[in-house]
Design a protein around this ligand. Structure first.
Ligand code: SF4
Length: 324
C-alpha cells in the first residue's frame, strides 16, 4: 500500500492538533475528520486493517480534502500530510474503490488532445496569449495533474505523454505555464525544455506601467505551499506598481478555494461554495477592493459563487496595469 511509505506523517499527525485551524475544509465543515489529525487517524486504521479501505465514509473524507498543503507548509517539522492524502487516494484507485463520480470525472480528464498554434521561440500554456506575442500557444486541457491528484497515476502519465509530444513537436526551448497546478506538475518533467511560471517570465520581461492601485494578493496553494513560496507573482505585481496589502487575518491560511485539489468544485460544489463564502467573509470590501490571484481556478470559483467579487488573475492585473 502507498500509505505504508508515509508512516512518519501518520505517526506525527494522528495525535497532533496543532494545525487544525489551517485546513480550509475543516474550517467550513467543523468536522475533525476534515483536519490532518482526523485523516491520519482514519489512514492509520486502514494501515492496520486493509478492510477499512472499503468504508465509503473514509473514502469520501479523503476526496473531500482540499489538498492546500498549508498545514504541511506551516508545520514546524513539515510533515507531509498532503502526500499522505495523495497516497491513500492512489490506494483507493488501485483497489478499484474510487467513488463513481470520481471515476466519471477521471474518464473525462483522459479525453484530451493538445494542439500548438502560432509563431515564436517560446511556448505558452495559459489563457492570455496576448501577453506573450513571441510565443506559440499550446491548449487542450489539463496536462495530467488533475488525474494525478485524484489517484489515477497511469492515466495521468498517458495524458502527460500526449502533452509532452505536442511540446516537443513545437521545437520550443522554454515552456511558460500560467496555472499554478500545471506549473507544479510540469516543472521537472522535461530534460531539455525549461519550464517557468508565467509570473517569472513577465517579471524578467519588465512591465511598463503607471498604476498605483492598492490590491490584495491571494496566495496560490501551488506557488506558496508546494513551491517554497515562489516570490515572482508578488514581485511582478509590485514591479507593475500595485501596492499589496495582506488579505484576511493571517498569512498562513489558504484562501484558494480548493486549488490544491485542482477539480474540487466538480466533485464538491457545495463545499467549494462554502470555501468561496468564507473568502468573501474574510475580505474587507470584496466588491470594491481589488483582489488578485495567480490561479484561474481560484478566480473562476470565487466569481461563480459570487459574481460581485472583484477578483482578477495576475496576468489580468498586468494587462490592466499596462492600461489595456
Ligand atoms: S502537519 Fe504537522 S502540525 Fe499538522 S497535524 Fe501533522 S504534525 Fe501536526
Amino acid at each position: 500500500m502507498n500509505i505504508k511509505k508515509c508512516i512518519d506523517a501518520i505517526n506525527a499527525c494522528r495525535f497532533c492538533f496543532m494545525c487544525r485551524h489551517l485546513d480550509p475544509v475543516g474550517n467550513v465543515t467543523f468536522n475533525e475528520s476534515d483536519t490532518p489529525r482526523g485523516r491520519a487517524l482514519i489512514i492509520d486504521k486502514i494501515r492496520m486493517d486493509r478492510e477499512n479501505l472499503n468504508n465509503q465514509d473514509f473514502i469520501n473524507t479523503m476526496y473531500k480534502s482540499a489538498l492546500s498543503a498549508a498545514n504541511r507548509y506551516h508545520c514546524v517539522s513539515h510533515y507531509d500530510e498532503a502526500g499522505l492524502v495523495l497516497a491513500v487516494r492512489k490506494d483507493i484507485v488501485e483497489a478499484g474503490l474510487a467513488p463513481e463520480a470520481v471515476k466519471k470525472l477521471a474518464k473525462e480528464l483522459e479525453h484530451v488532445d493538445f494542439k500548438v498554434e502560432g509563431k515564436g521561440s517560446n511556448l505558452y500554456f495559459g489563457e492570455m496569449p496576448e501577453l506573450y506575442p513571441d510565443s506559440k500557444l499550446i491548449s487542450g486541457g489539463d496536462p495530467g495533474k488533475a488525474l494525478e491528484v485524484l489517484g489515477f497515476t497511469n492515466e495521468s502519465k498517458n495524458v502527460f505523454e500526449k502533452f509532452k509530444k505536442a511540446v516537443i513537436n513545437s521545437k520550443c526551448e522554454t515552456l511558460i505555464v500560467a496555472e499554478p497546478s500545471s506549473y507544479d506538475f510540469l516543472k521537472n518533467k522535461f530534460d531539455n525544455i525549461k519550464v517557468i511560471h508565467s509570473s517569472e517570465y513577465l517579471l524578467s520581461a519588465g512591465v511598463n506601467s503607471q498604476t498605483q492601485s492598492k490590491a490584495y494578493y491571494l496566495d496560490s496553494d501551488y506557488l506558496k505551499n508546494y513551491n517554497d513560496n515562489l516570490k515572482a507573482p508578488r514581485e511582478l505585481l509590485e514591479s507593475a506598481g500595485y501596492k499589496l496589502a495582506m488579505f484576511g487575518t493571517n498569512q498562513e491560511e489558504s484562501y484558494s478555494v480548493g486549488e490544491g485539489a485542482v477539480v474540487y468544485d466538480k466533485l464538491y460544489p457545495e463545499l467549494a461554495k462554502k470555501l468561496a463564502e468564507r473568502v468573501w467573509e474574510q475580505a474587507d470590501n470584496p466588491e470594491t477592493d481589488l483582489i488578485i490571484t495567480a490561479s484561474s481556478y481560484t478566480k473562476s470559483i470565487l466569481k461563480k459563487y459570487n459574481p460581485a467579487f472583484n477578483v482578477i488573475t495576475v496576468e489580468e492585473a498586468v494587462l490592466k496595469a499596462k492600461g489595456n
